[in-house]
Design a protein around this ligand. Sequence first.
Ligand code: AFP
Length: 335
Amino acid sequence: MALMTLHQYLVREKRENGVPEELAELILSVADACKKIRSKVTEGALAGVLGMAGTENVQGEDQKKLDVISNEIMCGANAPSGTLSGFASEEMTEVMGVLSEYPVGPYLILFDPLDGSSNIDINAPIGTIFSVLPCPGGAKRSVTEKDFLQPGVNQVAAGYAMYSTQTQLVFTLGHGVSAFTFDPAVGEFYLTREHITVSPSTAEFAINCSNMRHWQKPVQQYVKELLAGETGPRGKNYNMRWVAAMIAEAHRILSRGGIFIYPKDDRIPSRPGKLRLMYEANPMSLLMEQAGGRATNGLQRILEIQPEKVHQRVAVFMGSSEEVDYVTGLHRRQD
Ligand code: AFP
C-alpha cells in the first residue's frame, strides 16, 4: 500500500481528530523549513556553511554559521503561514511578533533551530526542535515574553526534525507520536511510524559521564548502580550512549527505549541544568509522555513547570518510565 504523505496525514488528522486547519498549516510550514535546513546541512562544506558565525547567542554561546542560517530559515518559512502571532528561538534574545506584511494566527512557535551544534563540523546527527503554544487571547500583533510563559502541558504540538542518515520528522498533535521519513527524490515526508511507544523498561542510558564529579548525590548513586550492572542492586547490565544532540537521544529512546539525563551540576551552581525548558525540554517531554514515557527535572513533571523566563534552563530525566520513576524517587527521598 502506498505510504501516506505528511499532507495526507494532516487531512486525516483534521477529519478524525479535529486538528484545527491553522495547526495543520503550521506543521506543513515547519516541515518546509526543515526541508530547507536539511538542504543546507547536507551540503556542509560544499555550501560554505560550516564553522563559526563569529557571533554569540543570548546564552553567551558562540554561534555556528548553521545556527544562524537555520534560525533565519525557521523564521522566514513560518512567518508568512498566517498561523502565528509570535516566535521565540534559542538564537534570538527577544521574542518576535509577525511582521505587518503577514496575517497573524492563533499560535506561538518556539524552537531550537539547530540542536547539537557541536556535531555540525564532525558530520554527526543534528536537528531542529519545535514547540507550539496557543497565543493567549488569540491572534494578535503585539506579543510579549509573558505570552510565551506557559507550562508545557499547554503545548498543542511539539516535535523535531533529525538530520542524519535519514532525515525524519517526528511530532505529536496530542494524539500520539508519528514519524515521517524524507524522500529527497520527490521532496516529500512519508509516514513511516505512528502510535510510537517508549518501552517502560530499558537497559540503555545516556548521560555525559565526564561531569560525574559535578553531579548531585542522587545522580551519582543512580549512575553508580547502572555501572554496577548485574553485580549491583539493579541486577542487570546496562549499555551507554552519548550522541551530544538531544534530538538523537530522544529519537533512539522513541525507537528502542532508554533514559536520557542532563542533570543540574555544580560547574555553575546557580544553573538548574544545561537544557532549555521552553524549546528543548518541553517539546521532548510532550513527545515522551505521548509515547507512554516520562520526563521530570528530578523532582517534578517537566510539563508542569511554570516558566519565568523564555530562555530558562532545566534538568532533564526522560524516557522509559521505570527508569525515570526510579531516579526521580532517589531525588525525592533525598529532598
Ligand atoms: P549544542 O547545541 O550547543 O551542541 O548543545 C546540544 C545540547 O544542548 C543537547 O542537544 C545535548 O544533549 C547536550 O547539549 C550535549 O551537551 P554536552 O556537550 O555538555 O555533552
